[in-house]
Structures are given as structure tokens and as C-alpha cells.
Design a protein around this ligand. Structure first.
Ligand code: HEM
Length: 481
């Protein structure tokens, strides 16, 4: 009643709730998209809800995406929204534990290690990991069978990223104690840690211990590399690229900084890529025609003219249009990050409204909402790879035409799975290399489908990202070698 009687026209509508501190925490936490969609219907694109005492203003639609991603540095802060979750996991001195200008420099350093030259060397390494894994795995014995993707994809994702981006030492260590360290660290990267940063969860001790031990491990690799440097050994991985750099003011990037950046890259890529490859395999397995089209594409692009298929290569992956569109459609229907947050540092006026969002509130973008809105995508809930035919990507310098007269580029787009603006993802190209190499290797080796009674599962929002509900079982039949 209070909310109805004393509504302030300069504030966005507040989502109705019974309990002041808890507000909409449970509704949001159970299914953020169902929550956003029902609030959007009731209140419009901009509304405020309460989440454990925090005042969150959701800004939906392409304009909302623009508002959040394009917020001025003087008005919004990503570090104040995320640091309590990320700093204990990544370590200090990097990403959200430093002022934004330092993060921008760190992202620039990381980008130098994400070039076409390095990707060329990564493709065969990723393929080798997937083939090795499926050959040795107990889930792929015999000519045909079923497999739980929830059991294998987390491992495959980390093995492939480790062998390529993280370096051989990290991949080798994953067969030993590093796997347990990663698990302990990961247990500290949960919604509970985000919501209750002050609560002394028993897992926090294991998380802190794992962070310290992992950082030491990376620093020992750096030390070893430094000795190898003199003997002219060439490495194309990220550690090598981050070593020996300096910030603009001349301060050297310390070995600890490098170690913490490596952990940040590992964590940023693991969940996002793992969710995407799982959803992609699930949707592909659901469409026999797509399985065939993807296989025929491999034959068309990599056929050697004698009935055989050449090994996968970075140069030719971009010619695999159907594969690339499958990745795009997966990221449209299941963008791993459903909520992008910023803390408001100075009052922000929302264009086209009377609303002013006060300092201390949070703004929240959810590009996944516009990506599933029929205003921008016909039959948005249908997984239809063909909708991307003829569409160029922003990288190709083209504006994207989503039909319905909606043409966009930059932050005001309905499709932004990698974010936009100053915090935009730097891992997009690497993720594309990793996802397409894994997918193409599966397609070349197996026909995919579903066992009787199985199909694409529902999303599960209990972790930081939108994962399919386990066990995610699909069936496979080995192709003739
Ligand atoms: C930022 C998505 C893979 C590293 C972001 C953001 C999104 C995103 C939405 C923006 C976050 C924000 O504005 O608050 C994804 C998706 C991926 C993926 C969908 C895979 C399918 C990766 C990989 C890496 C990576 C593989 C590392 C190699 C980063 C980094 C940032 C970032 C360093 C910058 C954070 C910032 O500036 O605040 N990613 N990401 N991501 N991502 Fe990714």
C-alpha cells in the first residue's frame, strides 16, 4: 500500500514484495528470466526490485542494454558490483580489485595473447585434447552409446583451455593436484558467495588456500619460463605473453599479477564456455538435419578431394558458416551470463523517462531478455540456425539487421552475449575457436541424437550461469573412420 500511495514519479516502479529486506530474492534466484519477463509485462522495461537489501534497477530491451553497458565511468562501477565475489577467487591486484584504468591496461595485455597467430596453434591442440579424451573415456566405449554431458563437458572445457591458452604445464597439472585446487576455488565462486560475501562459509578456507597454491604454481611456471627465455624456447600461450610487461606509468607487472590474471582468465572462460558447448551439443543432438548439415559442411570445407577430411585448421574454420551460426544461435538462446551489474556512483537519468536512479543503487542489464523477444527475433523460442543466414558479425564491420526494422551496432543491440562497452569480453574469439573446434571434432567423429525419452533439458539457475539441468544425456554413434 505504501508503495502505491507514495509512488515517487522520479523513481522506477518497485516490484511488489512482502518482506522488505528479502524483496524479490527468491523469485529472481529461481528463474531470473521468468522474473524479468513477468515484471516487464507489469511495469515496463525499467523497474526496481529488492535483493537482500540491495536496490536493483533492471533496464531491459536494447535501450536498457545500452544504458548499462554504456554507463559513464563517473556514474557506474563494475568493480564495486563484483569485487567481493571475484577478488578472493582471482587474487588481489587484478580485474575488479584495481581502478578501471588498470583493468583496461590488463585487458590490453591479455588481448595481445589472443591473436590469430596464437589461435592457429591452438586449434590442433584443442582437437587433440577432445580426441584423446573421447578415445580414453569409459563413456565412449564401443560403436554406440549414451553420455551425460554434465559429466564430461566441464573436464573437456578445462582440458582444452588449459592445453591451449593456459599452457602445457597447467594441462599436465590437471591430471594431478591442480584439478582439486580448481574445484576448491570454484566452490568459492557461487551465488551464495555473491549474496553473502560476509558469511564465513567453511568452503572459504579451502577457496583461499587453493587461490594461494594456484598462484604459487603459476609463479613457478613464470620462473621456469624466464630461464627458458634465454635459450630461445618459443611459447604461444598466455603466460608467456603476460610476462615482462609494464603499466603506462612504468610500474612493472609483477609475477603475482600475472598469476592472478591467469586465474581470472581460467575462471572467466570455464563456466561460460562450458555452458555454451553443453547447450550447443544438446540442441544439435535434437535436430538430425542440423547434425547432417554440420557434417556435410566439414566435408565441403575440409574435404581433400579423395574422400577424406583434412585436419581442422583455424584458417578454414571461418568458412564453416553453419557451425558459426550454430554458436550464435546457442548464445542467443542461452547467453551464459543472465545478469550484468553495475553499482551507481552518481544519480543517473534514464533517457525517455522521468526516472533518476539514485547513488548506491545497482543497475542490471539482461541482454538475454531482448535476445528472446519476438520484437527482434521471429519465433524467439525456436532454436533456428538458419535465422543467421546472410548476417555479418560486428567484427566484419557490418551492422546487424535482425529483421523487424531493428538494425543495431554497439551497445544498443538486442543481441549482446559478450557484453559491450568498456567491460566487453576479451575472450570472444578464443571462445569461438574453442567452441567450434570442440563441436567440429564431435561432428566429425559421432552422429549425435537422443536416447528414447530424452530431449533438451530446462535451464538451471542455481550456479552463477544459466546451465542445462543435469544429466544432459545424449546418444552417439561412431562414424566410420
Ligand atoms: C567480460 C561473456 C568467454 C574473459 C565478459 C562479459 C560478458 C562475457 C557478457 C561482460 C561482463 C560485464 O559487462 O559485466 C562471455 C561468454 C563467453 C566468454 C558468453 C563464452 C561463450 C570468455 C573467455 C575469457 C573471458 C574464454 C578468457 C579467455 C573475459 C574478461 C572480461 C569478460 C577478461 C572483462 C571483464 C571486464 O572488463 O569487466 N564476458 N565470456 N570470457 N570476459 Fe567473457
Amino acid at each position: 500500500l505504501n508503495q502505491l500511495l507514495f509512488k515517487d514519479p522520479t523513481k522506477p516502479p518497485v516490484v511488489f514484495h512482502y518482506f522488505p529486506f528479502f524483496g524479490s530474492t527468491v523469485r529472481y534466484g529461481m528463474d531470473p528470466y521468468a522474473f524479468f519477463n513477468s515484471c516487464q509485462e507489469q511495469y515496463g522495461d525499467v523497474f526496481t526490485y529488492v535483493m537482500l537489501g540491495r536496490k536493483m534497477t533492471a533496464c531491459l530491451g536494447p535501450k536498457g542494454n545500452d544504458f548499462v553497458f554504456n554507463g559513464k565511468l563517473s556514474e557506474v562501477s563494475a568493480e564495486e558490483a563484483y569485487t567481493h565475489l571475484t577478488t578472493p577467487v582471482f587474487g588481489d591486484g587484478v580485474v575488479y580489485d584495481v581502478p578501471n584504468n588498470i583493468l583496461m591496461e590488463q585487458k590490453r595485455f591479455m588481448k595481445f595473447g589472443l591473436t590469430a597467430e596464437t589461435f592457429k596453434s591452438y586449434v590442433p591442440l584443442i582437437v587433440e585434447q577432445v580426441e584423446d579424451y573421447t578415445k580414453k573415456s569409459k563413456f565412449f566405449k564401443g560403436p554406440k552409446g549414451t553420455v551425460s554431458l554434465s559429466a564430461i563437458i566441464p573436464e573437456l572445457t578445462i582440458f582444452t583451455a588449459a592445453r591451449s591458452l593456459q599452457g602445457k604445464e597447467v594441462r599436465d597439472a590437471l591430471d594431478g593436484s591442480f584439478a582439486k585446487l580448481f574445484h576448491d576455488l570454484d566452490m568459492g565462486f557461487t551465488p551464495m558467495n555473491f549474496l553473502f560475501p560476509w558469511f564465513p562459509f567453511p568452503s572459504n578456507k579451502r577457496r583461499d588456500n587453493a587461490q594461494r597454491t594456484m598462484a604459487k604454481f603459476y609463479m613457478s611456471i613464470i620462473e621456469k619460463r624466464r630461464k627458458e627465455e634465454a635459450s630461445g624456447v618459443d611459447h604461444s600461450d598466455m603466460i608467456w605473453n603476460l610476462m615482462g610487461r609494464s603499466y603506462k606509468d612504468g610500474t612493472p607487472v609483477t609475477d603475482r599479477n600475472v598469476a592472478h590474471m591467469m586465474i581470472a582468465l581460467l575462471m572467466a572462460g570455464q563456466h561460460t564456455s562450458m555452458a555454451t558447448i553443453t547447450w550447443m551439443l544438446l540442441h544439435v543432438a535434437d535436430q538430425p538435419k542440423l547434425v547432417k548439415d554440420l557434417y556435410d559442411e566439414q566435408v565441403r570445407v575440409f574435404g581433400n578431394g579423395k574422400g577424406g577430411i583434412e585436419p581442422l585448421s583455424y584458417e578454414k574454420l571461418s568458412e564453416c558458416t553453419i557451425l558459426n551460426h550454430t554458436i550464435r544461435e546457442t548464445l542467443r538462446t542461452h547467453p551464459p551470463l543472465h545478469s550484468i551489474m553495475r553499482k551507481v556512483k552518481a544519480p543517473m537519468h534514464v533517457d525517455g523517462t522521468n526516472y533518476v536512479i539514485p547513488k548506491g543503487h545497482y543497475i542490471l542489464g539482461a541482454p538475454g531478455v531482448s535476445a528472446m523477444d519476438e520484437k527482434y527475433f521471429k519465433n524467439p523460442h525456436v532454436f533456428d540456425v538458419s535465422r543467421w543466414e546472410g548476417q555479418k558479425t560486428e567484427e566484419e564491420g557490418e551492422k546487424m539487421d535482425f529483421g523487424f526494422g531493428m538494425v543495431s551496432k554497439g551497445t544498443a543491440s538486442p543481441y549482446l552475449p559478450f557484453g559491450a562497452g568498456r567491460h566487453r569480453c576479451i575472450g570472444e574469439q578464443f571462445a569461438n575457436v574453442q567452441l567450434s573446434s570442440i563441436m567440429a571434432t564431435f561432428i566429425r567423429n559421432f552422429e549425435l541424437g537422443y536416447p528414447e525419452g530424452c530431449g533438451v533439458p530446462k535451464p538451471d539457475y542455481s550456479s552463477m550461469i544459466a546451465l542445462p539441468t543435469p544429466p544432459c544425456t545424449i546418444s552417439w554413434v561412431k562414424r566410420d573412420p
